[in-house]
Design a protein around this ligand. Structure first.
Ligand code: 8YV
Length: 331
């Protein structure tokens, strides 16, 4: 008798191509309405699923995992960051976790570069002037921003995305500085002409733009704390396309309001989808550019993420180690 197909619960609507392929391979339960699932619905899912495919909008916490049936063996996250899953609880119950690294690197780096350019060069403000029919014509001292070329970029977290941002920023004439738990290999540093800062504090105090690219873990929560943000130069800009929780958002908003930091480009927020009203107000003044978590939002990226999820499930179900297994050392 052929082996029964695994029951795969997908919590959000995925690209059609991905859902079609999943339906061919698995006994898949899709979320056609794309309504985010409640905690009760997630509990119901883990009671019945062999594999759960969550996204960043699902909180797979210890309470949910404690309700999982013995059949749940794999959580195949649709996304790179796995802070939406209580990885330790899952591992304690011998549930394997996978993510989708690699496939969203270039898209996220593009979006980061867009924010690095958008804030100092006042793109949103310029657009708004035109939109409101307020343009009186070119003037030598009007709408002046700040030059990117020759400025220092401080990258917090020099993994795949950090390095992809560094490659782009270098091409724009920025000098690359970074802080990371581990120093990057010499060939990476040399290729990017990057300066390593063992001390994050020391680096922050000297940068023109600081861009966050580390994962959100208990160790990086509010890594850019109120104290650290105070180290930044008042002319500097902060960009975040990683996770809102890495920056003390309230402190950042306060400092932007007070003019203690020049501006910010944010694609992620501490309490998504809620956005700090102070930040929204600052966006209207042009000091900050805000995006609704769009870093990996390309058709190609989302299809590639789905493909990785399928490969991870298929490999796991075939009795092999899935390529993107999350290991405790990554936390
Ligand atoms: C994804 C992301 O869109 O992969 C990540 O970590 O932040 C996003 O770009 C999201 O996580 C999908 O679940």
């Amino acid at each position: 008798m052929p082996k029964a197909k695994p029951v795969v619960v997908v919590t959000r609507k995925l690209p059609e191509l991905v859902e079609t392929r999943m339906s061919e391979l698995f006994d898949v339960r899709l979320n056609v309405d794309d309504q985010p699932m409640s905690q009760a619905q997630l509990v119901d899912a883990v009671r019945h699923a062999d594999v759960l495919v969550p996204t960043v909008t699902d909180r797979i916490d210890a309470a949910v995992i404690s309700q999982a049936g013995p059949q749940l063996k794999l959580i195949a996250n649709f996304g790179n960051g796995i802070d939406n899953v209580d990885v330790k609880s899952a591992m304690n119950r011998a549930i394997t976790i996978t993510n989708t690294p690699g496939v969203l690197t270039e898209d996220t780096a593009d979006m980061t570069m867009a924010l690095i350019l958008a804030v100092p060069r006042r793109l949103a403000e310029g657009f708004e002037v035109l939109e409101h029919g307020e343009w009186k014509g070119w003037a030598p001292t009007w709408m002046l921003g700040h030059r990117i070329w020759g400025k220092k970029l401080g990258i917090v977290g020099m993994g795949r995305i950090g390095q992809a941002v560094a490659r782009r920023a270098k091409a724009f004439g920025m000098s690359i500085h970074y802080h990371n738990r581990r120093r990057a290999p010499t060939h990476v540093e040399e290729g990017l002409e990057a300066t390593y800062w063992e001390s994050l504090d020391q680096m922050l105090a000297r940068m023109d733009v600081v861009s966050v690219h580390c994962p959100h873990t208990p160790g990086t929560y509010h890594l850019l704390s109120a104290r650290r943000l105070k180290l930044l130069r008042p002319e500097s800009y902060v960009v975040n396309t990683a996770r809102g929780e890495i920056i003390d958002e309230n402190a950042l908003a306060r400092m932007l309001e007070a003019g203690e930091i020049a501006g910010a480009g944010l694609d992620v927020f501490e309490h998504e989808p809620a956005v700090n009203p102070k930040l929204l107000k600052l966006a209207r003044s042009g000091k900050v550019v805000l995006l609704p978590h769009m870093g990996s939002a390309t058709v190609e990226g989302r299809v590639d993420m789905g493909e990785r999820v399928i490969i991870n499930i298929k490999t796991f179900m075939d009795g092999h180690r899935p390529p993107d297994r999350v290991l405790p050392s990554m936390l």
